[in-house]
Design a protein around this ligand. Structure first.
Ligand code: AHR
Length: 502
């Protein structure tokens, strides 16, 4: 199939917020315990954190990490995780029917996040708890000294405050499964008051209010409207969550869910605009897509397991094995985030290690990168700058979730600082190669700096402890710049990262 596309230096969508490539990690399953933290592991450092896992995290250049939950946060007492470890209580984690030993708390995690070069995006418990605990937590974390909570932090060996700028006001409060689930207005009021109180403590902080848990919730999108009507002027972002899967075993339909996600983003942007207009507000609220990933391979099976198990400690939970098809899907989803970067400013892959994660780590054993690690890494490393508005002319298909889906999924970023344009391209056609011609306007003298490709795998191919880099990028061939255009052939079902010096 023939595809022509055009980019122009001056036709941009938005300046991409670096935090579009953030991540999420929860006290859940083996994400923290025997994921990032495993004292006694041959790779553990003096504080018990795994060096092998930390290196894989660092290589992703993640700007920010959302912590500690997730559903977990809605019944969490943050005070259980501070002070001498031997005095910390073991508690029942109501969200995942597990035991939480509290051996990792805010100070251990804060040190680890700093080592990994990530800012923290902290969630407060607005499920079983309320404004008072949130402000105590913020004071412990952010206030320099001379008060009860700040001096307590200093007595715990952390002299300087963490200066956390991003605060999530609860998690999925629309979900009946959530501990302390609330009605929209009730939650909106609490979020508003909490934001106001925390703003007093940390004037330059930004607040993320809970949107719907997903676009299938019966209260969506009225939840967003009602919540924002209560708190619009005092918050900065509204959250979106969405998990994906190819349960119907229809690859093109699976890829079509990316277009469906574009509609989801558009709908929330419309609600934001509606509330802004209704309130005659002058501030803008953006989207924080703070949970996204593929989650379906073992979802049903695990749901049955954890609902019936007897409160184990750090059980294996949601340890999805990602395949090549998932990597192509994630590449396209990240492209959609770039294309919607005018409204989506923060996004967090959910999660980071072991639990629905790009990195896996065996207890006492090796760590490895899953197939989806690669598109996430490429987007994070090279997707920073101005998102380019790309016109594409090529064949499309219809499926049950979307119409007119382009076989060729493309996003582009111009980074004036490094003098580069990076194109992220997925050929989603099941059989046909794409004969590509991208005309590069305003980028005279463009030359190919590198071309990485993932292709030629069975869609079901996975990585694992024994074959760690089976599905991994290699150098691409056959693409080049000629007469001001990028030209070449892209194999069916292939993913390409093309970096041009401009
Ligand atoms: O990421 C797993 C869970 O998915 C989170 O705890 C929750 O917020 C969402 O439902």
């Amino acid at each position: 199939m023939k595809i022509s596309a055009a980019v122009h230096r001056d036709f941009t969508i938005a300046r991409i917020d670096d935090r579009l490539y953030s991540a999420f990690i929860e006290h859940m399953g083996r994400a923290i315990y025997s994921g990032i933290y495993e004292p006694g592991h041959p790779q553990a450092d003096e504080r018990g954190f795994r060096r092998d896992v930390l290196q894989m995290v660092k290589d992703l250049n993640i700007p920010a990490i959302r912590y500690p939950g997730g559903n977990f946060v809605s019944a969490y007492r943050w005070e259980d995780g501070i002070g001498p470890k031997e005095n910390r209580p073991t508690r029942l984690d109501l969200a995942w029917r597990s035991k939480e030993t509290n051996q990792v708390g805010i100070n251990e995690f804060g040190g680890w996040a700093k080592d990994a070069g990530m800012d923290m995006m902290l969630a407060v418990n607005l499920g079983s708890r309320s404004l008072d605990e949130a402000r105590d937590f913020a004071e412990y974390v952010n206030y320099p000294s001379g008060t009860y909570w700040s001096d307590l932090r200093r007595s715990h060996g952390v002299e300087n405050p963490y200066d956390v700028k991003m605060w999530c006001l609860g998690n999925e409060m629309d979900g009946p499964w959530q501990v302390g689930h609330k009605e929209a207005k009730e939650y909106g009021r609490l979020a508003d008051e909490t934001a106001k109180a925390l703003h007093g403590l940390t004037p330059d902080a930004e607040f993320i209010v809970c949107g719907s848990s997903n676009d299938q919730m019966p209260t969506y999108p009225d939840w967003e409207r009602q919540v924002l009507e209560e708190c619009y002027e005092n918050v900065h972002y509204i959250s979106l969550h969405k998990y994906f899967g190819n349960s119907s075993k229809n690859t093109l339909n699976y890829f079509g869910k990316i277009d469906e996600t574009g509609r989801y983003i558009q709908a929330i942007a419309g609600v934001i605009d509606f509330v802004k207009a209704k309130k005659r507000a002058s501030n803008d609220v953006y989207i924080c897509f703070d949970e996204w990933n593929v989650w379906y391979h073992i979802r049903d099976q695990d749901t049955q397991r954890w609902k019936n198990w007897d409160w184990p400690e750090a059980p294996d939970l949601l340890e999805e094995d990602y395949n090549f098809e998932d990597a192509l899907f994630i590449a396209g989803l990240l492209n959609e985030f770039i294309r919607r970067s005018d409204r989506v400013k923060i996004a967090c892959i959910a999660q980071l290690v072991n639990v629905i994660a790009p990195i896996r780590a065996e207890k006492g054993g090796p760590a490895w990168r899953q197939t989806i690690y690669w598109p996430y890494q490429f987007a994070s490393l090279y997707g920073r700058g101005d998102a380019l508005r790309i016109a594409v002319d090529g064949p499309t298909y219809d499926c049950s979730v979307a119409h007119d889906v382009n076989y060729l999924d493309i996003a582009g970023v111009h980074d004036a600082r490094s003098g580069t344009v990076t194109l992220f391209i997925v050929n989603r056609h099941l059989e046909e190669a794409a004969e590509l011609n991208v005309s590069l306007h305003g980028f005279a003298g463009a030359r190919l700096e590198f071309h990485k490709v993932m292709e030629g795998h069975d869609l079901a191919a996975t990585n694992g402890p024994e074959r760690q880099d089976f599905v991994a990028p290699v150098d691409g061939v056959g693409l080049g710049v000629e007469d001001g255009s990028l030209k070449g052939s892209l194999a069916p079902l292939s993913y390409h990262v093309v970096r041009l010096a401009v």
